[in-house]
Design a protein. Sequence first.
Length: 264
Amino acid sequence: MLPRFHVGDTLPLQVGEVCELPEGAARHVQVLRMQPGGQIQLFDGLGRECVARVTEMGRKQVAVEIESALSVDRELPIKVTLAMGMPANDRMDALIEKATELGVHAIQPLVCERSVLRLDGERAAKKVAHWQAVAISACEQSGRAVVPEVRGVQTLQNWLRVATGDAEARKGVLSLRDAVSLRQWLGAEAQAVSEGQAKVEGGFVFLSGPEGGLSATEEQAALDAGWTAITLGARVLRADTAPLAALSVMASLYETGYEAGSEA
């Protein structure tokens, strides 16, 4: 695989265009000590990707010529949003990195009653920008051409009112109380998709708590709003493990079925 760099929507990515790389991508190309004639891949984060050839290496500028467009779909056939009470320390970085690799559509950081990490204002905005950069880096590594959105930090209470109004998405709360298994919740739909007999309409949203989990009041508020309590098994998973486990199951069930359906 050629070195891959995210350029956002700053370049046209049209075959034959000669353009300068944005500062971040140019710096990475220079660190790799690439020379004119070397090839790289560029993607805009919205699904477009191309092969470009380095034409000029300056002290600060790198010029490339777009040689060919690529058509490779590495996205999940379903849109999964993870809404998470933010874990403390560097666990949120790792969670975003792995969720991006697994195909997450969007990530919603939440402040909950038991949250250790509490962010607002400028500090929250800086963290979100950092986490978005983590997602971009994970896309460069994993081959994804669509960068998942890391949304602005919200309190669970405020976010729940808006999210519950999305009638198309199926909504599950990762819970330790009496709950249905993820496979039971998906029911016949997952089986039909896995056999290539159906495609998924709408998306999925999974809500999970921070260290210590959601409070009883928070979880009940979600259930009262029509969310379903979902269990991932008999073991208690950490705040930074549970959402990744749910996403992994969804990818396993639906991506395999999607490929089978595409080949039929």
